[in-house]
Ligand binder design. Structure first.
Ligand code: FPP
Length: 249
């Protein structure tokens, strides 16, 4: 972090409080490069990435942005070296255990989206515990995409709807966007207004394919561990300069 945590505690004056995104989603890219550039092992980048995410969550709370979704692990990330995958799984578990009490005190509601059933049992237990222990909180809604893939999520929803049709619980005419959204992992969570990707890649990488249909996309070359409040301020300024027409004139 290039700034002390007290800097930018308040919403910067040039931002319009009434036109902030209600939901920000982040593709946290560049941890490995951040570490390699410093001659450090890639895992140090992931550790720093956790601090960055925690600071961003606090920033959203301070600036009154009610929802944040982070892409922690994609279905494609299993293709990384075994040691890195193992490190990430252990890191997620440790972070959840370490941060749970603070999340409860800070009123965070944590949720996980993705195919969670194939994650290590001990991680699934922490996921279940943190979800359960924060579900009645009233503060920021924090969603973590873990073993998440947008295409897989859409297939999962299709199967779930098809099964209900097969059982005669719903008929074909009832399938519309609203019903479809109820079968996504993100059921009950608003669609993101702003999607931020760090490290400069111009890709969606299978993230929230359905949900970002009308999200504004902001890409910065800043690597994720360096994405601080100053960088977030820049992203929000860019967002507020966009003209969101949702396909209308
Ligand atoms: C992408 O950088 C980052 C990841 C695949 C992992 C992100 C995970 C965290 C920051 C931890 C979040 C933890 C919790 C509990 C929510 P990269 O490795 O692809 O970087 P590179 O493109 O430079 O190689």
């Amino acid at each position: 972090m290039t700034q002390s945590p007290t800097v930018l505690k308040e919403l910067p004056l040039d931002l319009d409080r009434n036109r902030l995104p209600k939901h920000v989603a982040v593709i946290m890219d560049g941890n490995g490069r951040w570490a390699s550039r410093r001659g450090l092992p890639r895992i140090v980048g992931h550790q720093r990435g956790v601090d960055t995410l925690k600071n961003l969550l606090r920033c959203c709370r301070d600036w009154k942005i009610p929802a944040l979704t982070a892409y922690a692990f994609s279905t494609e990330n299993w293709g990384r070296p075994r040691e890195e995958v193992q490190f990430l799984m252990t890191l997620f578990e440790r972070v959840l255990r370490r941060e749970l009490q603070e999340m409860i005190e800070e009123n965070v509601v944590i949720r996980f989206v993705g195919n969670l059933e194939v994650l290590p049992r001990s991680l699934q237990d922490e996921i279940q515990k943190s979800t359960e222990d924060t579900k009645n909180n009233g503060g920021i809604q924090f969603t973590v995409a873990t073993n998440y893939g947008g295409r897989q999520e859409i297939l999962h929803a299709c199967r779930s709807i098809a099964s209900q049709v097969q059982q005669g619980k719903i008929c074909l005419d009832e399938i519309n966007e609203e019903l479809f959204e109820q079968h996504l992992y993100t059921a009950g969570i608003s669609n993101p207004d702003l999607l931020i990707r760090t490290s400069g890649e111009m890709r969606i990488s299978n993230f929230l394919l359905w949900q970002i249909a009308y999200a504004e996309i902001y890409v910065t070359s800043t690597l994720w561990p360096d994405f601080d409040r100053v960088e977030f301020h820049k992203a929000l300024s860019a967002y507020q300069q966009r003209d969101r027409r949702f396909g209308k004139l």
